[in-house]
Design a protein around this ligand. Structure first.
Ligand SMILES: [Zn+2]
Length: 271
């Protein structure tokens, strides 16, 4: 968390508020580990002040502030990062930094767990990401060639952002259920037809989750930039529903562990 739909929700809400805003200063309230790159807030501020935001973009789970003169701020929200635009200074003990604009408004970064990052000039990171699950075209043949060589469980493959980018644990579980594929299936056992089904399920779920502004779980760790809950939680078919009845066949759903993560699935519908 947040995954593609939550980051895309932030992007859509922030874009009209940040477009053409000229940066006055960066203010760091509490420096987290590896939070900034360059790590020194003064150096970071020197790079961005005076520049304007030309677009708010996204690739996978990265939110990207494009600045003039081809500079970019790459934001990764990690576990609990949130972005809020305010007209005045926001008082919040979990605020890590703010970017102040000449207009007087501010982009605030709130992060309880402190894993989020703001990195400058590291667009090279993005070249390692696989196709974005919402926006990019897939080369099915190339992806099929990749999975033929891999033996990891399917669930793990979906979390690998170099394969396709944007899915985390919630949407990986949901897409596997929708595709009728077991999270434990070795990747190289998939037919091309099954891969196509999986990719279209992923895209369908991402689109739907964006339209519901993402998923807020019981822990409330995600709220959008307006402080609202993501309503896709009501549409979850398997994630967090251990012992609940499968919506396709009414068998009880199973929760298990895979690679340190929780997987939820129906042993009857997913093979
Ligand atoms: Zn079932």
């Amino acid at each position: 968390m947040p995954e593609l739909p939550e980051v895309e929700t932030f992007r859509r809400q922030l874009d009209p508020l940040l477009l053409n805003q000229k940066i006055k200063a960066l203010h760091v309230q509490e420096l987290g580990m590896r939070m900034l790159m360059p790590a020194d807030p003064i150096a970071f501020n020197n790079e961005i002040r005076g520049r304007s935001i030309t677009a708010v973009s996204r690739k996978g789970k990265f939110l990207i502030l494009l600045l003039d003169q081809e500079l970019s701020i790459l934001i990764h929200l990690r576990m609990s990062g949130r972005l809020i635009v305010t007209d005045n200074e926001l008082i919040d003990k979990h605020k890590r930094l703010e970017i102040e604009f000449h207009s007087g408004s501010r982009l605030n970064f709130i992060d309880i767990r402190r894993f989020g990052t703001f990195h400058l000039l590291s667009l090279s990171k993005l070249s390692k990401l696989g196709p974005d699950l919402l926006n990019d075209e897939y080369d099915v043949d190339a992806l099929f060639k990749t999975i033929r060589k891999r033996t990891v469980a399917l669930h793990k493959l979906l979390l690998d952002q170099s394969f396709v980018s944007g899915a985390g644990n919630i949407y990986a579980n949901e897409a596997l259920f929708l595709s009728g594929l077991s999270p434990f299936r070795p990747t190289n056992s998939l037919s091309k037809k099954e891969l196509v089904t999986l990719l279209s399920s992923l895209r369908e779920i991402m689109k739907k989750a964006v339209s519901f502004k993402g998923t807020t779980l019981i822990d409330k760790s995600y709220k959008d930039s307006l402080g609202e809950n993501g309503e896709f939680s009501k549409l979850l078919q398997v994630y967090g529903r251990k012992g609940g009845l499968c919506k396709k066949c009414a068998n009880p759903l199973i929760k298990s562990r895979l690679g340190g993560r929780s997987v939820y699935y129906c042993s009857n519908c997913q093979i």
